[in-house]
Design a protein around this ligand. Structure first.
Ligand code: SF4
Ligand code: SF4
Length: 413
């Protein structure tokens, strides 16, 4: 009997793939709940979303082909919603060409608004071990300069903070500066969502495109252990408050709820929990988390997580691969310096003496010059050279492995 191939993951669906495979297909099925988060391509395909004929998918006559960067989530979805075991799934190479990004002026700028003692004390965060000694906030003149130097009008700005950004004193001014300098940009704010000041939120929703709320877990009990506070119900309530305000005022703001992939998470419970949001147009992103040995200084977070029963699904791989973060999380930090990825600042490594991890102070250099340095680092990674000071001891590269696992074979020839 003729077999049918099914594609999942719209981000990954390129013309090339369609051309190569469509003649062999009986059914082309497109599903993705997160594509909008990463690329504009997803928005194009999103309207094509249809529900799959689950009785056909379950049939033994079908081959399931998956092309996605969200392999873990797709695998879970197939298993829980369609009862398809992973041995029936064939994965296609992630089709983006890594080399296309080398030395290119970045389209994404991660901006860390400041560092302060956080209201939470997450087991996976350096704040659990060491709080910032003093508050420090990004100078808005430096921000203006950096945003002006971003050459792409449709740049993406990802705003976070080494504490709760919704409490950052420079938040609204920073957002307004970005919107004024780059009216066509995408602005996303990354928050834990524990607070909801109506005045701040209503102002914020006028300017941003996306708000990502890191809930991380699906029960109040797990939240208490992982995040160190009793704010689970407050965060869920704030998600709904945000949704209600956005809908009532007809604003084009996407809400993304982020849940972390720990081994203890039961897929069926996750889907049940996520469904309440997805059904109302709130995106849910199942996020890989890695064992936090990222920098040796914070190695103990890894054992703390495991001791409390929060073992990440993702394990540190043997060997070494280029780091995806180096290609997409270029970071302006509250100290006014650029760093090659946001892991350096989110681990407080931007506070080390002499700024040894920095690519330069924004006030004294141009983004163009900094990008040349970034390009050199990217090239080093692609040549399997991880000797640079920043990346040498870091293991956060593990997070992006799904992007490059297949690609590398081709790249390295
Ligand atoms: S992960 Fe975020 S919310 Fe949690 S303690 Fe760190 S800064 Fe605060
Ligand atoms: S290896 Fe670590 S420090 Fe280097 S780019 Fe990746 S996340 Fe950043």
């Amino acid at each position: 009997m003729k077999k049918t191939a099914i594609f999942f993951g719209v981000n990954s669906l390129t013309d090339e793939i369609v051309e190569n495979y469509s003649s062999q297909l009986d059914l082309l099925y497109i599903i993705d709940n997160n594509s909008k988060y990463w690329t504009g391509g997803g928005e194009f395909f999103f309207n094509l979303r249809v529900e799959p004929p689950s009785d056909r998918i379950k049939s033994a006559d079908y081959i399931i082909i998956v092309a996605t960067a969200y392999r873990g989530e797709m695998e879970m979805q197939l298993r829980t919603e369609f009862d398809i075991s992973s041995d029936k799934i064939i994965y296609l190479p992630w089709p983006n060409k890594l080399e296309d990004y080398v030395g290119k002026f970045p389209k994404i700028l991660a901006i860390t608004l400041g560092a302060d003692s956080c209201i939470n004390s997450c087991l996976m965060c350096p704040q659990h071990i060491e709080r910032p000694h003093t508050s420090c906030w990004l100078d808005l003149d430096i921000l203006k300069k950096a945003v002006s130097e971003m050459i792409h009008e449709d740049s993406i700005f990802v705003i976070s903070c080494m504490s709760e950004p919704l409490l950052a004193p420079n938040l609204l001014d920073a957002i307004k500066i970005i919107r004024e300098k780059k009216p066509k940009s995408q602005i996303m704010i990354d928050t834990c969502g524990s607070v909801y000041d109506e005045k701040v939120m209503e102002e914020l929703f006028k300017y941003i495109n996306k708000i990502k709320i890191s809930l991380n877990v699906i029960t109040a009990e797990d939240y208490r252990v992982l995040m160190g506070t009793d704010n689970f119900d407050a965060v869920v309530s704030n998600i709904w408050k945000s949704k209600s305000y956005i809908d009532t005022h007809n604003l084009d703001v996407t809400i993304i709820v982020q849940i972390s992939k720990f081994k203890k998470l039961k897929y069926s419970e996750y889907y049940q929990f996520a469904k309440q949001f997805k059904d109302k147009g709130i995106w849910v992103h199942l996020n890989d988390i890695y064992d936090f040995n990222a920098f040796p200084k914070f190695g103990e977070l890894s054992s703390k997580l495991k001791n409390e029963g929060f073992e990440p699904v993702l394990e540190v791989k043997q060997g070494r691969y280029p780091c995806a973060s180096l290609f997409g999380s270029f970071n302006l930090v509250e100290d006014g310096c650029y760093y090659p990825c946001h892991y350096v600042s989110s681990h407080g490594m931007s506070h080390v003496e002499d700024k040894v991890y920095s690519l330069g102070a924004a006030s004294q250099t141009t983004l163009n010059d900094v990008c040349e340095q970034l390009g050199s680092l990217q090239e080093m990674h692609l040549k399997d050279d991880y000797s640079c000071l920043i990346c040498r001891d870091c293991n956060a590269w593990t997070l992006g492995i799904e992007y490059f696992r297949h690609k590398l074979t081709a790249f390295k020839g």
